[in-house]
Design a protein around this ligand. Sequence first.
Ligand SMILES: Nc1ncnc2c1ncn2[C@@H]1O[C@H](COP(=O)(O)OP(=O)(O)OP(=O)(O)O)[C@@H](O)[C@H]1O
Ligand SMILES: [Mg+2]
Length: 474
Amino acid sequence: MKPDETFIPLADLQAIEDICISIVNRDGEYICYSKGCEIIDGYQKTDVLGQTPSAVFSKSDRIGQSKSLIEETLNTGKTIKNYLNSYQTTHGKKITALCNTYPIFDAAAQLNYVICTYREVTDYLNMISVINKQQLELKEAKGLDLANGTQYTFSSIIGESPALQNAIYQSEVAAATLEPVLLCGETGTGKELFAQSIHNASTRSGHHFVAINCASIPDNLLESTLFGTVKGSFTGALNTRGLFEEAKGSTLFLDEINSMDIKLQAKLLRVLETGTFRKVGSTEEMCCDVRIISAINEDPFVLIKNNQLRSDLYYRLAVFTINIPPLRNRGGDIQVLATHFLNTMAPMLGKKITQLSPEAIHLFNQYAWPGNIRELRHILHQSICLSKNDDLVLNTKTLPDHLYHSPISPALALSNVSDASLKTALDAYERNLIHAMLVKNQFNVSKTAQQLEISRQSLHYKINKYQLLREDGQ
Ligand SMILES: Nc1ncnc2c1ncn2[C@@H]1O[C@H](COP(=O)(O)OP(=O)(O)OP(=O)(O)O)[C@@H](O)[C@H]1O
Ligand SMILES: [Mg+2]
């Protein structure tokens, strides 16, 4: 090793700690050996740094052709990609991994380092099989699909809570008719899933599903987008087909319909009443053969009161009104959905995690989920990325802080309370809050008392009162 050469403190970089990456210098001595390598090979970094590959690894005849890729790249200066290699450690541990080696040259074209990245083959195959399975599932859903532009059917909607099952049942009934459906639900509750599922369960599923988010198109363009234009109707206007024409014989999904300008809402109402529409700039009436599904993410009666939604349009659109419940009112669905996302996302991200810890379940159950399922999905994605390769259970340390600080919804605080006296409700709230803070601080009483701005004695009293023990009983 060169006297001025220091080991690269790669393991200090949390974000890449789990990646299998090793680096040797031009003398073939390891100067970097990441945490991921330690996990796969069963060595400690200190066993390997300063050694050469041949001192710590030997060839194994387990599968394919075994060779020292690092030495080959040192000799040839050439990159080797996706080589299925088998080797064994001095302890006799046999490993089969998909490996890459990359030469690094200095400005004088001298080979200075070789970087080796690898991934254990079972991990890799696991990831491939999940990708294949998901592609297959997508293809199956797309039997209805590629042809009709959707991804979801009712079977894609995960959740067992009565509130969700009721919304699915009502949607299935609505799907059997061609009446307008209004989907009401907070952001991220799954309105798009429901809209596509209704279309796919209807007699119109063979036709292309047409969707538009009314909030994403400027007011003055929305009318021409919906109804089309005739040449010369305004400066630069051409003959165009609108979405009502595109969706002929099919379903038109009008998302965030409350963002539509109130005057355009009047025109839409006329279309629904007469069953005909006119292109912008035309006097010709065209037949409207479109099934309308619309969606709003606020209470329709509040929107009507604030003049954001015409009441006559509302009653036209809401022949079937389906209320999609927010996640915080879906009870056990939080855990069901979280487990579903873990099982589908973790293998894709090269992780083994399949379960939530009891602390995580508690935390999830007391959080209000303002972003609903989309938020749950994103939080799990982040948490899986931050977890270690060999973690099997989701660790609360990888969850974002705001889960602890966000106001707990009063409904949740009361959810376990049968007798809703003020005292009982406040006790339930206090218990939830203290438990969440203890979990966050790994049951460190001093830290939790400090954050709650109460004395340690007072916190001890409350821990006893509410029996707030760690899951491991300590
Ligand atoms: N019941 C469910 N099962 C599985 N995934 C779901 C479910 N509900 C929602 N999702 C997922 O949550 C995300 C948000 O869903 P979606 O886009 O349908 O919400 P939305 O109600 O239309 O939200 P917004 O009002 O913000 O448009 C998507 O990734 C979707 O796949
Ligand atoms: Mg949506």
